[in-house]
Design a binder for this molecule. Structure first.
Ligand SMILES: [Zn+2]
Length: 80
């Protein structure tokens, strides 16, 4: 059975491959699920906020620029 490349909260690693979420495969799947338009960027911005809050609460606040790129920087070119 294939595990979906979904985030494991509140640590935000990938359930399937254990990379930081969204991993490369999750990005491809998200881009395919959402298709063109701005909704993916809006939802990813919400998830970025949620992940930042989770990790900050756990005492491991993420580096803001790194997290911004990880959650939002790939959206224009998901397969990169
Ligand atoms: Zn993954």
């Amino acid at each position: 059975m294939t595990q979906r490349h979904a985030p494991v909260k509140p640590l935000w690693f990938c359930a399937a491959c254990a990379h930081g979420w969204p991993c490369t495969q999750a990005r491809v799947e998200l881009a395919a699920d959402y298709g063109p338009g701005r909704l993916l960027a809006l939802d990813m911005a919400d998830l970025l906020r949620e992940a930042t809050a989770d990790l900050t609460r756990l005492g491991a606040p993420p580096e803001p620029m790194y997290f911004h790129v990880r959650f939002l920087g790939w959206i224009r070119n998901p397969a990169r």
